[in-house]
Design a protein around this ligand. Sequence first.
Ligand code: DGL
Length: 258
Amino acid sequence: MDNMLKPIGFFDSGIGGISVLKETIKILPHEDYIYFGDSKNAPYGTKTTNEVKKLTFEAVNFLLSKDIKAIVIACNTATSAAIDDLRKFYKNIPIIGIEPALKPAVELKKRGKIIIMATPMTLSEKKFNNLMNSYKNDNDIEPLPCAGLVELIEQGLLEGEELNFYLKNKLQPYLNSNISSVVLGCTHYPFIKKELSKILNKDIEIIDGSLGTAKQLKRQLLKENILNPKLSLGKVEILNSLNDDNIIELSYKLLNYQ
Ligand code: DGL
Protein backbone atom coordinates (compact mmCIF):
# COMPACT_ATOMS: atom_id res chain seq x y z
CA MET A 1 0.00 0.00 0.00
CA ASP A 2 1.16 3.55 -0.67
CA ASN A 3 2.74 4.78 2.57
CA MET A 4 0.53 7.90 2.71
CA LEU A 5 -2.62 5.80 2.83
CA LYS A 6 -1.49 3.59 5.71
CA PRO A 7 -3.00 4.03 9.17
CA ILE A 8 -1.26 5.59 12.18
CA GLY A 9 -0.71 3.31 15.18
CA PHE A 10 -1.50 4.50 18.69
CA PHE A 11 -0.43 2.70 21.82
CA ASP A 12 -1.13 3.04 25.54
CA SER A 13 -1.02 0.75 28.57
CA GLY A 14 -4.82 0.86 28.44
CA ILE A 15 -7.59 3.27 27.52
CA GLY A 16 -5.75 6.49 28.48
CA GLY A 17 -4.17 7.14 25.10
CA ILE A 18 -7.66 7.67 23.69
CA SER A 19 -7.43 11.19 25.15
CA VAL A 20 -4.51 11.80 22.76
CA LEU A 21 -6.21 10.08 19.83
CA LYS A 22 -9.25 12.33 20.33
CA GLU A 23 -7.17 15.51 20.04
CA THR A 24 -5.30 14.06 17.08
CA ILE A 25 -8.48 13.34 15.12
CA LYS A 26 -9.44 17.02 15.53
CA ILE A 27 -6.32 18.19 13.71
CA LEU A 28 -5.80 15.17 11.42
CA PRO A 29 -9.36 14.07 10.55
CA HIS A 30 -8.47 12.39 7.24
CA GLU A 31 -6.07 9.85 8.70
CA ASP A 32 -6.96 6.26 9.61
CA TYR A 33 -6.01 5.06 13.08
CA ILE A 34 -5.38 1.74 14.80
CA TYR A 35 -5.37 2.06 18.57
CA PHE A 36 -3.98 -0.69 20.76
CA GLY A 37 -4.53 -0.62 24.53
CA ASP A 38 -2.72 -3.12 26.72
CA SER A 39 -5.33 -3.16 29.50
CA LYS A 40 -4.45 -6.77 30.32
CA ASN A 41 -1.10 -5.54 31.66
CA ALA A 42 -2.20 -2.11 32.99
CA PRO A 43 -1.13 -0.34 35.07
CA TYR A 44 2.40 0.14 33.76
CA GLY A 45 3.25 2.97 36.13
CA THR A 46 3.99 0.77 39.13
CA LYS A 47 6.07 -1.82 37.20
CA THR A 48 9.84 -1.80 36.70
CA THR A 49 11.41 0.07 33.77
CA ASN A 50 12.49 -3.21 32.17
CA GLU A 51 9.02 -4.71 32.39
CA VAL A 52 7.50 -1.61 30.77
CA LYS A 53 10.19 -1.60 28.08
CA LYS A 54 9.46 -5.23 27.21
CA LEU A 55 5.68 -4.71 27.10
CA THR A 56 6.10 -1.57 24.98
CA PHE A 57 8.31 -3.35 22.43
CA GLU A 58 5.74 -6.18 22.21
CA ALA A 59 2.92 -3.69 21.63
CA VAL A 60 4.91 -1.77 19.02
CA ASN A 61 5.73 -5.02 17.19
CA PHE A 62 2.05 -5.89 17.19
CA LEU A 63 1.12 -2.50 15.71
CA LEU A 64 3.89 -2.74 13.12
CA SER A 65 2.38 -6.04 11.97
CA LYS A 66 -0.69 -3.95 10.99
CA ASP A 67 1.36 -2.04 8.41
CA ILE A 68 1.26 1.45 9.93
CA LYS A 69 3.15 4.54 8.71
CA ALA A 70 3.84 6.20 12.08
CA ILE A 71 3.40 5.34 15.72
CA VAL A 72 2.33 7.41 18.72
CA ILE A 73 3.30 6.15 22.16
CA ALA A 74 0.31 7.79 23.84
CA CYS A 75 1.55 6.87 27.29
CA ASN A 76 3.90 8.98 29.42
CA THR A 77 5.12 5.93 31.30
CA ALA A 78 5.98 3.87 28.19
CA THR A 79 7.56 6.95 26.58
CA SER A 80 9.85 7.55 29.54
CA ALA A 81 10.86 3.88 29.71
CA ALA A 82 11.26 2.98 26.07
CA ILE A 83 11.22 5.81 23.52
CA ASP A 84 15.01 6.15 23.15
CA ASP A 85 15.44 2.40 22.60
CA LEU A 86 12.45 2.25 20.24
CA ARG A 87 13.90 5.01 18.06
CA LYS A 88 17.28 3.27 17.97
CA PHE A 89 15.67 -0.03 16.99
CA TYR A 90 13.02 1.12 14.52
CA LYS A 91 14.82 3.72 12.45
CA ASN A 92 12.45 3.75 9.47
CA ILE A 93 9.22 4.86 11.09
CA PRO A 94 8.38 8.10 12.91
CA ILE A 95 7.82 7.41 16.62
CA ILE A 96 6.13 10.18 18.60
CA GLY A 97 6.04 10.13 22.38
CA ILE A 98 4.39 12.15 25.14
CA GLU A 99 5.82 13.74 28.26
CA PRO A 100 4.25 15.80 31.07
CA ALA A 101 3.39 19.26 29.69
CA LEU A 102 5.61 21.20 32.05
CA LYS A 103 6.68 23.78 29.45
CA PRO A 104 3.14 25.14 28.81
CA ALA A 105 2.63 25.31 32.59
CA VAL A 106 5.81 27.35 33.03
CA GLU A 107 4.89 29.59 30.11
CA LEU A 108 1.68 30.65 31.87
CA LYS A 109 4.02 32.70 34.06
CA LYS A 110 1.59 32.45 36.97
CA ARG A 111 2.78 32.53 40.54
CA GLY A 112 2.39 29.42 42.66
CA LYS A 113 3.06 25.71 42.59
CA ILE A 114 2.99 23.66 39.42
CA ILE A 115 1.71 20.23 40.44
CA ILE A 116 2.59 17.35 38.12
CA MET A 117 0.25 14.39 38.51
CA ALA A 118 1.70 11.26 36.87
CA THR A 119 2.50 7.62 37.54
CA PRO A 120 5.29 6.81 40.02
CA MET A 121 7.43 5.51 37.16
CA THR A 122 7.14 8.59 34.94
CA LEU A 123 8.16 10.82 37.83
CA SER A 124 11.14 8.70 38.84
CA GLU A 125 12.56 8.24 35.33
CA LYS A 126 15.53 10.23 34.04
CA LYS A 127 13.50 11.79 31.22
CA PHE A 128 11.15 13.62 33.57
CA ASN A 129 13.90 14.55 36.01
CA ASN A 130 15.95 16.14 33.23
CA LEU A 131 12.87 18.07 32.16
CA MET A 132 12.13 19.17 35.72
CA ASN A 133 15.74 20.20 36.37
CA SER A 134 15.68 22.54 33.39
CA TYR A 135 12.83 24.54 34.96
CA LYS A 136 13.43 23.95 38.65
CA ASN A 137 15.46 27.06 39.48
CA ASP A 138 12.78 29.56 38.54
CA ASN A 139 9.65 27.55 39.29
CA ASP A 140 8.03 25.81 42.20
CA ILE A 141 7.43 22.31 40.82
CA GLU A 142 5.76 19.57 42.85
CA PRO A 143 5.74 16.02 41.37
CA LEU A 144 2.70 14.11 42.66
CA PRO A 145 2.81 10.34 42.01
CA CYS A 146 -0.71 8.94 41.73
CA ALA A 147 -0.48 5.16 42.16
CA GLY A 148 -3.90 3.55 41.90
CA LEU A 149 -5.57 6.24 39.79
CA VAL A 150 -5.12 4.47 36.45
CA GLU A 151 -6.89 1.39 37.89
CA LEU A 152 -10.00 3.45 38.72
CA ILE A 153 -10.12 4.96 35.23
CA GLU A 154 -9.57 1.57 33.56
CA GLN A 155 -12.77 0.47 35.31
CA GLY A 156 -14.59 3.32 33.63
CA LEU A 157 -14.84 5.35 36.82
CA LEU A 158 -14.71 8.96 35.58
CA GLU A 159 -16.82 10.73 38.21
CA GLY A 160 -18.29 10.11 41.64
CA GLU A 161 -17.54 9.61 45.30
CA GLU A 162 -14.68 7.10 45.12
CA LEU A 163 -12.75 9.20 42.63
CA ASN A 164 -13.51 12.39 44.54
CA PHE A 165 -12.18 10.79 47.72
CA TYR A 166 -8.99 9.65 45.95
CA LEU A 167 -8.30 13.08 44.44
CA LYS A 168 -9.10 15.04 47.61
CA ASN A 169 -6.78 12.83 49.58
CA LYS A 170 -3.94 13.30 47.07
CA LEU A 171 -4.33 17.05 46.71
CA GLN A 172 -5.19 17.86 50.35
CA PRO A 173 -1.64 18.88 51.32
CA TYR A 174 -1.62 21.59 48.62
CA LEU A 175 -5.14 22.95 48.66
CA ASN A 176 -4.31 25.73 51.09
CA SER A 177 -1.25 26.85 49.19
CA ASN A 178 -1.05 28.90 46.04
CA ILE A 179 -1.34 26.53 43.05
CA SER A 180 -0.79 27.96 39.58
CA SER A 181 -1.56 24.87 37.55
CA VAL A 182 -1.97 21.10 37.60
CA VAL A 183 -0.29 19.17 34.80
CA LEU A 184 -1.88 15.86 33.84
CA GLY A 185 1.23 13.81 33.14
CA CYS A 186 -0.61 10.59 32.38
CA THR A 187 -2.88 10.15 29.39
CA HIS A 188 -5.60 8.53 31.49
CA TYR A 189 -6.09 11.65 33.60
CA PRO A 190 -7.82 14.01 31.12
CA PHE A 191 -10.87 11.75 31.50
CA ILE A 192 -11.23 12.73 35.17
CA LYS A 193 -10.79 16.46 34.60
CA LYS A 194 -14.40 17.17 35.61
CA GLU A 195 -14.00 15.57 39.03
CA LEU A 196 -10.63 17.25 39.48
CA SER A 197 -12.00 20.70 38.73
CA LYS A 198 -14.61 20.23 41.48
CA ILE A 199 -11.74 20.13 43.99
CA LEU A 200 -9.50 22.85 42.56
CA ASN A 201 -10.12 26.60 42.60
CA LYS A 202 -11.55 27.88 39.34
CA ASP A 203 -8.44 29.93 38.53
CA ILE A 204 -6.10 26.90 38.58
CA GLU A 205 -5.25 25.78 35.05
CA ILE A 206 -5.44 22.06 34.29
CA ILE A 207 -2.99 21.24 31.49
CA ASP A 208 -2.43 18.12 29.44
CA GLY A 209 -0.03 17.28 26.62
CA SER A 210 -2.46 15.76 24.12
CA LEU A 211 -2.64 18.67 21.71
CA GLY A 212 1.14 19.16 21.77
CA THR A 213 1.63 15.51 20.87
CA ALA A 214 -0.95 15.67 18.10
CA LYS A 215 0.79 18.73 16.62
CA GLN A 216 4.15 16.98 16.82
CA LEU A 217 2.67 14.02 14.90
CA LYS A 218 1.34 16.37 12.23
CA ARG A 219 4.75 18.03 11.86
CA GLN A 220 6.42 14.63 11.44
CA LEU A 221 3.91 13.46 8.81
CA LEU A 222 4.43 16.71 6.90
CA LYS A 223 8.19 16.41 7.12
CA GLU A 224 8.11 12.83 5.83
CA ASN A 225 5.53 13.83 3.23
CA ILE A 226 3.13 11.08 4.31
CA LEU A 227 -0.03 13.02 5.22
CA ASN A 228 -3.07 11.15 3.96
CA PRO A 229 -4.30 13.05 0.86
CA LYS A 230 -7.87 11.70 0.97
CA LEU A 231 -10.71 14.13 1.62
CA SER A 232 -13.12 11.82 3.40
CA LEU A 233 -13.01 11.29 7.17
CA GLY A 234 -10.68 8.57 8.43
CA LYS A 235 -11.55 5.36 10.29
CA VAL A 236 -10.67 4.38 13.85
CA GLU A 237 -10.11 0.77 14.86
CA ILE A 238 -9.66 0.04 18.56
CA LEU A 239 -7.97 -3.15 19.75
CA ASN A 240 -7.18 -4.28 23.28
CA SER A 241 -5.13 -7.09 24.83
CA LEU A 242 -8.08 -7.86 27.15
CA ASN A 243 -10.39 -10.28 25.45
CA ASP A 244 -13.45 -8.39 26.60
CA ASP A 245 -16.10 -6.48 24.65
CA ASN A 246 -16.67 -4.11 27.57
CA ILE A 247 -13.24 -2.54 27.28
CA ILE A 248 -13.73 -1.95 23.56
CA GLU A 249 -17.14 -0.44 24.24
CA LEU A 250 -15.67 1.82 26.96
CA SER A 251 -12.88 2.85 24.57
CA TYR A 252 -15.31 4.03 21.87
CA LYS A 253 -17.37 5.78 24.55
CA LEU A 254 -14.27 7.68 25.69
CA LEU A 255 -13.46 8.69 22.15
CA ASN A 256 -16.74 10.62 22.13
CA TYR A 257 -16.61 11.70 25.79
CA GLN A 258 -16.94 15.44 26.40
N1 DGL B 1 -1.59 6.29 30.30
C1 DGL B 1 -0.38 5.92 30.97
C2 DGL B 1 0.53 7.14 31.10
O1 DGL B 1 0.36 8.12 30.39
C3 DGL B 1 -0.71 5.20 32.23
C4 DGL B 1 0.38 4.28 32.68
C5 DGL B 1 -0.08 3.15 33.55
O2 DGL B 1 -0.63 2.18 33.00
O3 DGL B 1 0.18 3.21 34.75
O4 DGL B 1 1.47 7.15 31.86
